[in-house]
Write a protein that binds this ligand. Structure first.
Ligand code: 6PG
Length: 252
């Protein structure tokens, strides 16, 4: 069972939510979305550039993609954020993606551009912005940015109160994140919002409250950084399971 919901917040912000009956259906749909956008980009522009999300939700999607037929030589993998740790650290988003997907597919190593979490954060952030400019060109347009949603309203490593949330020039920002006790790097809203498609993957009852606040509550992106995501090309897609969508008003 899939339910499409067109959501309009009090200030007019629009979101397109697709609600799946359970996490398994959500995973299958998310993998399907990546493949269809990839094939569309490859036939239109000869390549597909995706920024992967960290966290737990996307891992089964990456595992599913590993067994999917796709011309990986045309796929370019970037990261939406990274913890400032070495690439083999259990906290590393790169390590998670490597184990779930990258080690299982025939993608040229040069096509995978990780954020160097082992380097000094500001230096690594500046270097990654250069990597994005070299890979995407000056318009910095990714084809797809996958994002998660933290229960405090963060997305990527845009956490409440961080200067990165309201950054308008830089594409990558390094921040010390009090709540995690770690430095992190994150794509900023300008480069996220320049993407052709942005898709949030949110599942579980634990996200129902924050999802309602983000999608239907007052605009306060510094408090709820996921609200800083409003892509220019089209509204973000929200792929949800029933549990996460439980507090979203359904149009009568
Ligand atoms: C990270 C992610 C982060 C994540 C959310 C949701 O580096 O952890 O980029 O933004 O998407 O915290 O995480 P879950 O999917 O584990 O709930």
């Amino acid at each position: 069972m899939t339910e499409n919901i067109h959501l309009v917040a009090p200030d007019g912000a629009i979101a397109h939510a697709i609600v799946y009956s359970d996490a398994l259906e959500l995973v299958a749909a998310a993998a399907g979305l990546v493949v269809s956008l990839a094939n569309e980009a490859i036939s239109a522009r000869g390549k597909f550039s995706i920024a992967l999300s960290g966290g737990n939700t996307p891992k089964p999607v990456y595992e599913r993609l590993a067994s999917t037929k796709l011309d990986w030589t045309r796929v370019h993998v970037y990261f939406g954020d990274e913890r400032c740790v070495p690439p083999n650290d259990p906290l590393s988003n790169y390590r998670m993606a490597k184990e779930a997907l990258l080690d299982k597919i025939a993608i040229p190593p040069a096509n995978v551009r990780r954020m160097r979490g082992e380097d000094p954060p500001d230096e690594a952030a500046q270097r990654y912005e250069q990597t994005l400019r070299e890979g995407l060109g000056e318009d910095g347009r990714l084809d797809l940015v996958l994002l998660g949603l933290g229960d405090d309203g963060h997305t990527a490593s845009l956490f409440p109160g961080l200067a990165a949330v309201t950054e308008t020039q830089r594409w990558v920002f390094a921040s010390y994140v009090e709540v995690t006790g770690k430095w992190r790097m994150s794509l900023t809203p300008p480069v996220i919002n320049a993407a052709r498609t942005v898709a949030f993957l949110v599942e579980g009852a634990g996200k129902a409250d924050v999802l309602r606040r983000v999608l239907l509550g007052p605009r306060q992106p510094v408090v709820l950084p996921a609200q800083s995501v409003h892509p220019t090309e089209r509204p973000a897609l929200w792929l949800l399971d029933v549990a996460a969508a439980a507090r979203l008003d359904r149009p009568r």
